[in-house]
Design a binder for this molecule. Structure first.
Ligand code: BTN
Length: 247
């Protein structure tokens, strides 16, 4: 198998666990991709330093340790590729209407269903970059006092289905590995339209978190920057630089 599966009852963060397991290993060991899945996280992390609520037995918390030939510059594109991979896996599982909120939040029915955290572990050797890709997918969660944004879960959105976390995990891992292979060999170009067809910002009036930028959402360019029509020109927004929201 290409994957070294690590299944844990409890961990601080599956992303942190991947980092620990790979630290100090040489580049030429098994060559397998470590995938860590935990039943709960005590310090789950979200983007922008936020916590990720990770109650036991409810949701999917999974991380993959990926290795790329290339530079850090590829990370913005990778982040969007992972969003596409998660959206496509959910669609294969029968979820209709999956949306992507730039750069890579997974939305369903106007609420956040899953989040992705891409972290750079470091450079293994010249030109070989180690990345940790973490996915949190809300499956059974029905209430949480501590989430500060509008969220959903598969049980809430599709109560008639009996969701199994193992099947969802297998589907997510397969989709991510396929997409990452394609990204590594052919770059971002094949993902642009797959990302754009699920863009929840498209045609919406948007504001940026800093800098006073406002305008209409126009999708992404061929490297994954978001495009905003401010009435005069198309302004490019780089992933990680600022965040966007509907006005
Ligand atoms: C976001 O803020 O949208 C990203 C959330 C990512 C959460 C997942 S859960 C598995 C992995 N381990 C973590 O600590 N975070 C990611």
């Amino acid at each position: 198998s290409r994957v070294e599966l690590i299944v844990l009852d409890e961990v601080d963060s599956t992303n942190a666990e991947i980092v620990r397991r790979r630290a100090g290993r040489s580049g030429s060991d098994s060559g397998r991709i470590p995938v860590c899945i935990a039943d709960c996280q005590t310090a789950g992390r979200g983007r922008r330093g936020r916590p990720w609520q990770s109650p036991q037995g409810q949701n999917l918390y999974l991380s993959l340790g990926l290795t790329f030939r290339g530079s850090f510059a590829m990370l913005d594109g990778l982040s969007l590729v992972l969003g596409v991979a998660v959206a496509e896996a959910l669609e294969q599982q029968g979820v209709a209407g999956v949306g992507l909120k730039w750069p890579n939040d997974i939305f369903l029915g106007g609420s956040k269903l899953a989040g992705i955290l891409v972290e750079l572990q470091g450079e293994l050797e010249e030109g070989v970059v180690q990345v940790v890709a973490g996915i949190g997918l809300n499956v059974h969660m029905k209430e949480s006092a501590e989430v500060d944004q509008s969220w959903s879960s598969l049980d809430i959105a599709m109560p008639e289905r009996r969701w199994g976390r193992s099947e969802l995990a297998a589907s997510l891992v397969n989709s991510v590995l396929d997409s990452v292979d394609e990204f590594a060999s052919q770059g971002f170009s094949g993902f642009r339209s797959r990302w754009q067809s699920r863009d929840i910002f498209s045609g919406k009036s948007l504001v940026a978190s800093q800098g006073g930028l406002a305008g209409n959402g126009c999708g992404i360019d061929d490297t994954g920057n978001y495009l905003i029509d401010d009435g005069e020109e198309l302004v490019r927004v780089r992933a990680g630089e600022i965040s966007l929201r509907v006005r």
